[in-house]
Design a binder for this molecule. Structure first.
Ligand code: SF4
Ligand code: SF4
Length: 167
């Protein structure tokens, strides 16, 4: 049985004015607090004039497709990442390779590997699901596009992703 608690509102509660004034008081107090706090101690970073330098390694930003030292993609087009992705953001087309004479032989690889960054929720499930350490989320956070098409990253884009401040 659901329990109901009846709240009796007084007339000044019903006109909502005290609640509005209380809310405005909190906003104004924060305004003055921020105004008199030195910029170095403020939480807000005035991006892009100032950039956050200490992005933690565990931050889940732009993806990178990893390669072996000879440039071969580690990805074997197993579809584990695409299957694990809750946002349906990964699209893969596999191709047979049979590169058995190479230093890093592969039976299969991705002909097409795309991530729709507009759909991605940066959960990291793709990285968790990958059996080959082929996809990682880096701490690169500057992800800007001016069209939907530009937000779909393919193999060449994803290979180039660098971490903030380094590889
Ligand atoms: S981070 Fe999450 S939502 Fe984004 S591509 Fe990977 S699994 Fe999908
Ligand atoms: S990135 Fe990893 S999980 Fe995704 S298809 Fe390639 S090997 Fe499989």
């Amino acid at each position: 049985m659901a329990l109901k608690k009846e709240v009796k509102l007084k007339w000044w509660d019903k006109i909502y004015l005290p609640a509005v004034l209380k809310g405005m008081g909190i906003t104004i107090s924060h305004f003055f607090k921020t105004l008199f706090t030195p910029p170095s101690k403020r939480y807000t970073i005035e991006y892009p004039d100032r950039r956050k330098e200490d992005i933690p390694e565990w931050y889940r930003g732009l993806h990178r497709l990893n390669t072996y030292p000879d440039g071969t993609l580690k990805c074997v087009a197993c579809y584990c990442c695409a299957t694990a992705c809750p946002a349906d953001a990964i699209y893969i087309e596999a191709e047979d390779l049979e590169d058995f004479d190479k230093e890093y032989p592969k039976e299969k690889g991705p002909k097409v590997f795309q991530i729709d960054l507009h759909r991605c929720i940066y959960c990291g499930f793709c990285e968790e699901a990958c059996p080959k350490d082929a996809i990682v989320l880096t701490n690169h956070y500057e992800i800007v596009h001016t069209s939907r098409e530009a937000g779909i990253f393919g193999i060449e884009d994803l290979i180039k992703t660098k971490r903030e401040g380094g590889e």
